[in-house]
Design a protein around this ligand. Structure first.
Ligand SMILES: [Fe+2]
Length: 338
């Protein structure tokens, strides 16, 4: 039992007869195992709760709770502990029942000590292998998760760069997504979002206008008022953007992008949800997006003064915007609600 000698596994020998415990304990200790003993169910459970036991040799017939009753309890609480059943009754049905309930092996009394030794070695090796396989599986899962995260980050970074490039081409929208992200995160902070929701909000804000890649530049930069058809064409960017990012981001971010032009009162173009059914991230984004847009020059108007912008956002609380988000916005910009 060279492996066992190296590892000094702890075994628990359970039998109501002290002489049998001693015999097994001496034999297995000589072979390098550390042996603990127990004579009844309660002591078995106490020992398992306090020591890391690799293997239990469990007598089937004991006063009080039998080994057959104890086996499922051990296996459900300590699934990594191997169990070898021992009984004086050479009964194949008992053996099958125990193996079905998760026992690793079965020994008959009177013991042949060499057979005991071999059975213990086999059970310990099987346990060791099971633990190794699980460790390896966990390692692989962590690696896959790590690499998936890396690929996702890389892809999102590339899309972010694309958004910046798109915006940089247009003198009216340069830096818009970055500024919207800063404002949205300040609102998210004010609304005490969880760390995960803040991370989603960050990506949703950075990518919210990626769908503009599909918009006709002439319409987007038209200096005059848009026709209803042109406006409808511009507004497809929410859906296009959601479709672009869907393969690599979670549903929360997709929904944020999809609904970032939804109006709180439900009166937006082709809008299907309203009020608090609109994802909170999208309601935040709506305010942040409008704030930055009004503060910037547009082909059809110059930038508005900040006081007018704030008044306009206030005026639209409950119609275009979620009133709670507007309150958070006013707190963020240092204005109180009236
Ligand atoms: Fe947009």
């Amino acid at each position: 039992m060279k492996d066992m000698l190296d590892q000094r596994e702890t075994l628990l020998i359970v039998d109501d007869e002290a002489a049998i415990r001693k015999l097994l304990s001496q034999k297995l200790s000589r072979e390098g195992c550390q042996c603990e003993e127990a004579d009844a169910a309660e002591q078995v459970l106490n020992t398992l709760a306090t020591s890391p036991i690799a293997l239990v040799i469990l007598d089937i017939k004991m006063p009080g709770k039998s080994g057959i009753e104890l086996l499922p309890e051990i296996k459900s609480s300590y699934p990594d502990t191997a169990v070898i059943m021992a009984t004086a009754v050479n009964d194949i049905n008992v053996a099958i029942l125990c193996l079905k309930q998760g026992a690793d092996d079965y020994l008959c009394k009177p013991f042949n000590l060499e057979e005991v030794s071999l059975a213990v070695q086999r059970a310990l090796e099987k346990r060791h292998l099971k633990l190794k396989i699980r460790e390896y599986q966990q390692f692989l899962e962590e690696k896959v998760e790590e690499q998936t995260g890396e690929i996702r980050k890389f892809f999102l970074g590339a899309i972010e760069a694309l958004v910046s490039a798109l915006e940089a081409k247009d003198k009216y929208t340069g830096g818009h997504s970055r500024r919207v992200t800063e404002i949205a995160l300040a609102l998210g902070n004010e609304l005490v979002l969880s760390a995960q929701d803040m991370e989603d909000l960050r990506w949703g804000s950075l990518l919210h206008d990626i769908g503009k890649i599909a918009i006709d530049q002439l319409i987007q930069n038209k200096p005059g008022k848009l026709t209803p058809e042109e406006y409808e064409h511009i507004m497809i960017h929410s859906h296009v953007g959601a479709d672009i990012v869907r393969p690599v981001v979670n549903e929360n971010i997709v929904a944020m992008i999809e609904h970032h032009h939804d109006r709180y009162d439900g009166s937006g173009l082709n809008q299907v949800i309203m009020g608090d059914d609109i994802p909170l991230g999208a309601r935040i984004l709506a305010v942040a997006d409008a704030f930055d847009a009004m503060l910037s020059d547009r082909p059809y108007r110059l930038a508005m003064p900040i006081t007018e912008v704030i008044d306009e956002i206030k005026r639209c609380a409950g119609t275009q915007f979620d009133p709670d988000v507007v309150t958070a916005f006013l707190n963020t910009v240092g204005m109180t609600t009236t």
